[in-house]
Write a protein that binds this ligand. Structure first.
Ligand code: ZN
Length: 118
């Protein structure tokens, strides 16, 4: 094991950015150990960031990938859609993920990030 460093019971990946790009695009994500990474779930943090938990389907190793909270530009995109009466979609996920209400927040179920308030 040369890639990633051990972190509790999960590993960190060196290519997080590239991996997340593939995740947002709904593409298959290659695992550093061969096989593919399967998303087991997204955990939301209090900071607005999220953590994606991925498992390699060849080695069964688990990886945690930090997902950055919404940027100002992304929030504005969602706010603009709301103002013009459109159904806001996730500005990050290419597979046109709809934002859903979670309490007072508008959250993408795919990346787990809140992009606005209702
Ligand atoms: Zn998303």
């Amino acid at each position: 094991m040369t890639e990633g460093e051990h972190l509790g019971d999960a590993f960190r990946l060196d290519r997080e950015k590239q991996l997340l790009k593939q995740y947002y695009a709904g593409q298959q994500m290659e695992s550093p150990n061969g096989g593919f990474l399967i998303c087991l779930g997204i955990r939301q943090e209090e900071t607005g960031d999220a953590v994606g938990i991925f498992e390699c389907n060849a080695s069964w190793l688990r990886y945690e990938v930090a997902i950055r909270k919404a940027t100002r530009t992304e929030r504005k995109k969602v706010r603009d859609a709301l103002t013009s009466g459109e159904e806001p979609a996730c500005p990050r996920c290419v597979m046109s993920a709809r934002l859903v209400r979670a309490g007072k927040s508008l959250v993408c179920n795919h990346c787990g990030i809140a992009y606005g308030k209702v």
